[in-house]
Design a protein around this ligand. Structure first.
Ligand code: HEC
Ligand code: HEC
Length: 185
């Protein structure tokens, strides 16, 4: 079940009606600069039609990453090496591999910032990822409430639906006051 996204803690309720459209416009401009438009009009990074086997098989151990966040070459290597998948065995039958692989190729990132395959085919090691998260202290990724940068949902409450904007952010437990600052704009 999906939870309703929590309100942003640092905005007082009176500010919200006015600030929301402005913030969304700002987010669109930022994304345009990133050279990486939303997969569809509502701002979600997920394709409008999500392949059911992608959710079933690729969101079992972690959340389903938006296909547009990695280039086709990265997805191809990932789908060819599922038996040695980041230290685990994520093997699937050949038919499912072909189906998911095809869907990922169709929706892979083609925009400038995503075109180059990141180290280890990790979207968390992409230049855009590091830039977007540069205010987050290294220790934050190690918190028990976060565990890994790959655990998007620790901070992005809209992960499953593909929303990574400021309106779908939460602070993971255990942040110090200084570390919390990355959550304020
Ligand atoms: C058996 C568990 C398991 C399954 C099933 C699984 N993964 Fe993973 N995946 C992992 C682990 C573990 C990592 C490493 C996470 C980390 O570093 O914190 C990972 C990492 C990834 C990453 C890199 C994340 C980063 O750091 O940027 C991608 C991309 C990925 N998986 C895609 C897939 C796809 C596509 C599928 C479905 C075909 C899939 N995974 C299925 C366990 C799994
Ligand atoms: C420890 C918390 C945390 C984790 C884990 C995390 N992020 Fe973020 N992310 C943030 C914060 C905080 C921001 C906002 C930074 C800012 O506004 O300066 C952000 C910003 C972003 C943005 C930019 C959004 C925009 O509108 O410009 C994207 C895209 C993003 N994250 C994707 C991801 C993905 C994908 C993952 C998982 C692979 C992930 N993040 C994991 C905290 C996190």
């Amino acid at each position: 079940m999906m939870k309703a996204p929590p309100m942003k803690q640092h905005l007082n309720p009176a500010q919200r009606p006015l600030s929301r459209p402005i913030r969304q416009t700002a987010a669109c401009i930022v994304l345009a600069c990133l050279g990486w438009p939303s997969a569809h009009a509502d701002g979600s990074r997920m394709p409008a039609k999500i392949l059911p086997s992608y959710t079933a098989e690729c969101a079992a151990c972690h959340t389903a990453y938006p296909p547009g966040m990695l280039p086709a070459s990265s997805w191809q290597r990932i789908m060819k090496g599922l038996d040695r998948h980041y230290g685990t065995d994520a093997s699937l039958d050949a038919k499912t591999v072909a189906e998911i692989g095809q869907w990922l190729q169709t929706h892979a990132g083609t925009y400038k910032r995503v075109a180059e395959a990141p180290p280890q085919d990790r979207l968390t090691q992409s230049a855009w990822f590091e830039r977007k998260h540069r205010k987050i202290e290294a220790a934050v990724w190690q918190l028990p409430s976060v565990k890994s940068a790959a655990n998007c949902a620790a901070c992005h409450t809209g992960t499953e639906q593909g929303f990574f904007d400021d309106d779908h952010l939460q602070r993971p437990a255990g942040l110090s006051a200084r570390q919390s600052r990355a959550w304020n704009d």
